[in-house]
Design a binder for this molecule. Sequence first.
Ligand code: MN
Length: 722
Amino acid sequence: MNTVTASFDLARFKPEEQEQILSALEFATAAHAGQSRKSGQPFITHPVAVATTVAEWGMDAEAVTAALLHDTVEDTPVTLGELADRFGQPVADLVDGLTKLEAVTELPGMNNEDVRREATNENLRKLLLASTADVRVLLIKLADRRHNLQTLRYLSPESRRRIAAQSLAVFAPLADRLGMGQLKAEIEDLAFEHADPERYQEVKSLMAGVARSSRRYLERIKTEINRILAEAGLEPISVEARSKHLYSVHKKLAKVDGDITKIYDLVAVRIILPEVSGCYQAMGALHQHYKPLIYRIKDYIAVPKPNGYRSLHTTVFALDGRITEIQIRTPQMHDEAERGLAAHFYYDMFKTGAGYRSGQASRLPAGLRWVASLSDLVKGGSSDTVSAAELELFRDRIFVLSPKGDLYDLPEGSTALDFAFAVHSDLGLRTMGTKVNGRMVPLDTRLENRDMVEVLTRKEPQPNRDWLGFVQTTTARSRIRGWFRAASREVNVATGRRLLEEALLALGYKRLEDVAEPKWGPVLDQLHQPDLESLLACVGEGSLAVANVIRRLAPETVPASPPRRVVRRHGTGRIIFPGGHLLHALAPCCSPVFPQPIIGYVTRGSGVTVHRRDCPNVPAEPERLVHCRWEVAASEDERLVIRLELRALDRIGLLSDVASVTASRQLNLGNVQTTSTSDSEGEAVAESTLRFDVEVPDLVALTDLMRHLRRLPGVLGVNRIK
Ligand code: MN
């Protein structure tokens, strides 16, 4: 037993904490007596290894104690009550969280991809639930997974592949999101070896070659960098070379068609300097000697990555013109980059003795506060929000700025409107327009990293139901839904009427009242609605799809002519915006035609309305006006007209998504037909089919368009038809 206690340093703990840790070690050793790991070693070696990692991460005595005990409840007759009596409730709660996680991470039958994904999501849900009650559970679980991967070779090939795949899918991204760069790399390489042994060996020997050929070079450049820094009066703590880890080389190779010479950061030089100001001076000094690749200069100190990562990066033409990446940071930044959340605990919480439990989540560093916001989502309850939250966690993040320079962290693909909701839900609901980098853009504009986003608001909330068709974040979606759900019945009835009348236009009815009274009877019966008003309220609230009503009202009718708003042919011209294509429609008041002078007005949520320049209805709001002009369209016979069929789950905004995908490629869409099917009760999710013509210049554009259409939410398939 003495050999295992010696594996980590107890000196930093208070005497009574040391006592508790040793007593837990004794307790766990007794509980696991006679059990062994697949490796043949006594079982206790596993909890000791996990506790050692947890201790090395600088976590507190409760966490170390819980790590020692983490498998006792799962694998031995020990109960949580006993643990609470002997080691206190907080330790018992940690073990409880870990035991629950264990139960779900070891689900059988995970070789089938669908089953695996589902099980993984279920896992994640538990993982998040457990961790947000006490985020230490997450860290101990990661330490546990790390040791299991280190000893994976003793398991059957089947289990190895399963655990390795799960580690790559769940635990490595989790470590990354927690800013634990070193752990992420470690988990990835350990798992990579077992998930794809052949590829692993390939990449490994590739990298061995790189290391051999660059050893000399790196020695030379280190010497030279030291000289440059000394001349600038800087004293680095260290200048070292590090190689990219194997799994990230493997991932990157896929992006450069397997050409390893195209990866510039295979080997990078890392400079550690005591002061932040020194980091900037060092970068300046290096740029005086080596020409940098402008687009690869990254200041993650001023603008940290969403997971809190801070460092300066630059890629320069160094000795012999060789392209070399250099990373510059302080020791604390380095520690945080390697240890992430664990480092923050070490610096902030461990020192102040503050708790780790939820409630203190606000003490998390800005880059990691999402851990706390996730818990809000998870507590929200519905499985819908949970899976969305999981998605957000594992999607890549972008960061964007408010005009005041505040940093917001959003999932990749977020729109300008998502930003408004991220700032404040009230702001989101009152959004009237958005500016990105000073220019008016439609609300559904996808944001890029470092965009500066400004939100123009109105006094009262006035969300648009179409927003649900393009917002990407859970927050935005649930706030918009919530608003409509809470909206009064009158508002829902009015909205329902508007939506239905829009659809009825295609059937030749201008108003609801134009539909003969007796026609409604069977529709109301089939949809279990007492009267027309209730039906409209359901449509307005979003619980009944418009297509579902239309299909019952006029099953024989398929709209013969396209709804006007998706047809984008205006006389003989097309409308061009100087900053790129915007979703637009012609103003009904003045109906401009080619070649009358025109001007665009940015509407709330539905793109730009194009008026004649002399139209008296153009609002006098200069900040919302955008320039546009006519462009003579390519002659008809130069373009191919292709008929496509798109099948999708029926949802609000599908048509406008399709229109916006085609419009953003400057393609014309026309002759749209919609049909919709659902099960006999009409209550399950309806499926709808859109058929439409699209004019494309060539087949490359067609393929590109089809690929993007397939990516729209809910789309089941896109095909060419005759
Ligand atoms: Mn374990």
